[in-house]
Every structure is written in C-alpha cells, then in structure tokens.
Design a protein around this ligand. Structure first.
Ligand code: FAD
Length: 256
C-alpha cells in the first residue's frame, strides 16, 4: 500500500465519508486515503428516535467496511500526531502517511468524566444520555416507565455534536407524556449551559411556544457538575440566584 495520498482524510465518520464521496464525484481518479480505526459506523442522528421509542438501535450500527467509498484506501489505524511542515501524519501502529492535502474530521470526543458520578450512573437509576449507542435505548425505558415526578433534561455549556439533540428528546418525551395523559403530574426542567433556548431567532420563537405548551421550566447559564445516580440527585453551578433556589426542589430526579 502506498504511503502517499493526494487527499488524506482523518476520521471516517459522517464528515469524512461524505467529503470523500463528494471529491470522487468531482474527480474519480483522485487518490484518497481514509484513516479510521473503527470497525463500526454509527448513524448518530437516529439515536434521538431510539430514545423516543420509534427506531431500533441495532439499525444505527453498521459495518464501516460497507461505507468506505469505492476507489479510496481505508487505513485502519488511529492518527496520533500531525507534522504539517512535512505534510505527514503518524499513527498508533508507528506508520507515517504523507499527503498533498489533509482533511481532519475525527469528530467530538465525549468526556463523561467532566460531570462527577455521571459515568457510573449512566444507564441505571434513571440516568441516561442519547449521546451514546450504549444508552439511547435506556432513555426510552425511562420515558416509557415515567409515571410523573421530576424529569430533568440537560444541555451542556461545552460544544456538542448536535445542538438540537438535548431539546428534541425533551419535546418528544413531553409529547409522549401528554398523549399518555400524565403531563400534569410531570415536573419538567431544562438545565442549559446556554443563555437562550436556541441561537437562531426564528427557531427560538417557535421553540418558546413548544416549551410553554409543554409546561417546561427552563433554566439558563447552568453547568451540571455532578450526578448521584443512587440518590437521584443532580448538582450544578450557576450565577443565577433564581436557579440556585430550585436545586433544593429536585428530588428523585430522572436525568436525561
Ligand atoms: C443524539 C444525536 C442526535 C443528532 N442529531 C442530528 C441531527 O438531527 N441532524 C444532524 O445534522 N446531526 C445530528 N447529530 C450530529 C451528527 O451525528 C454529527 O454531527 C456527525 O456524526 C459528525 O460527524 P463526524 O464525522 O464529524 O464525527 P463522527 O461521525 O463522530 O465520526 C468521527 C470518526 O473519526 C474517527 N476517529 C476519531 N479519532 C480518530 C483518530 N485519532 N484517528 C483516526 N480516526 C479517528 C472515529 O472512529 C469516527 O469514525 C446528532 C448527534 C447525536 C449524538
């Protein structure tokens, strides 16, 4: 296998595979290398629908080999270092690959450890996250089995893969509880690291209506710092005095 490519792509997720396919459409003779160690490709947008009980989690996991565009070279390794002066990258296997042009798209790494107790709590004690293949199905278990009480939906202050995902599952959950006739027993809170419901004015106006109709209580400028699954508690930092007061009312939480 050659160690030099006209185009070298780091990461064969949605971005890397789409870019490779688009480039080949323009010029099928391009020599493209895709570096990615993963055996599986995940269609992550569908995890929202899995969490809402309307999509099968198994269908979101596919073999990576079936999605590498024909005509490209798949290098099944992980990049460990960039050497832009030499137009080179190095990999976990100690190999070096060179390029004319480099495209870097290794996705966003999830950092569960940023919230104390989260990793240990996920997938049990009514704590879930749609941001993981291993837990999206548990979100639906929680929504389906919820009979009323406190449901807390969180949206971190750090960059995330899909800005809409923390909202979407909340609106779908509220809709399900409304149809089930238990919404009046649900105390739904949205804790967001952001200062507004959504960054685009036109969408924000519509979402504010959805929030009102769902009786969702929104709290902005909130950074969740700890989750105690066994005690069903959540802790957060905020400069907003009105939000600090409500923490005391969060008992027996279901945390999404
Ligand atoms: C719950 C949820 C709902 C979403 N909903 C939507 C939606 O409705 N609409 C929408 O547009 N988007 C949505 N998204 C976002 C969308 O899934 C991501 O934006 C998209 O998957 C990002 O593609 P990516 O290629 O950048 O990263 P990924 O698809 O995460 O792929 C990154 C790839 O890089 C590889 N990699 C990592 N490190 C290295 C390394 N060192 N060397 C080589 N390879 C490496 C990984 O193995 C992986 O294959 C959602 C995401 C989630 C989690």
């Amino acid at each position: 296998m050659t160690n030099h490519f006209q185009i070298l792509i780091v990461g064969g997720g949605n971005a890397g595979l789409s870019v490779a396919s688009q480039l080949l459409r323009k010029n099928a003779r391009l020599q493209i290398g895709i570096i990615d160690p993963a055996d599986k490709h995940y269609y992550q947008p569908a995890w929202t629908l899995v969490g809402a009980g309307i999509f099968d989690i198994k269908k979101t996991e596919r073999d990576q080999k079936d999605f590498i565009p024909k005509g490209t070279t798949w290098i099944k390794e992980a990049v460990t270092a960039f050497a832009p002066e030499q137009n080179q990258v190095s990999t976990t296997l100690g190999n070096t690959y060179s390029y004319d042009a480099l495209i870097v798209c290794p996705g966003i790494q999830l950092d569960w450890a940023k919230i104390a107790g989260l990793k240990e709590s996920l997938g049990r004690n009514n704590v879930s996250s749609n941001y993981s293949f291993g837990h999206a199905a548990y979100t639906w278990e929680m929504i389906k089995n919820f009979k009323g009480g406190t449901a807390i939906f969180t949206n971190p202050s750090s960059p995330i893969k899909c800005g809409g995902a923390p909202h979407k599952i909340m609106y779908l959950a509220v809709d399900y509880w409304r149809k089930k006739g238990i919404l009046d027993k649900c105390n739904v809170h949205y804790l967001s690291g952001s200062s507004i419901i959504f960054g685009i004015k036109e969408y924000a106006a519509t979402l504010e209506g959805v929030v009102r109709r769902g009786h969702i209580q929104t709290h902005f400028g909130v950074n969740v710092v700890a989750v105690e699954g066994a005690n069903r508690r959540i802790s957060f930092e905020t400069k907003e005095p009105s939000v600090q007061q409500i923490e005391a009312s969060f008992k027996d939480c279901n945390i999404f």
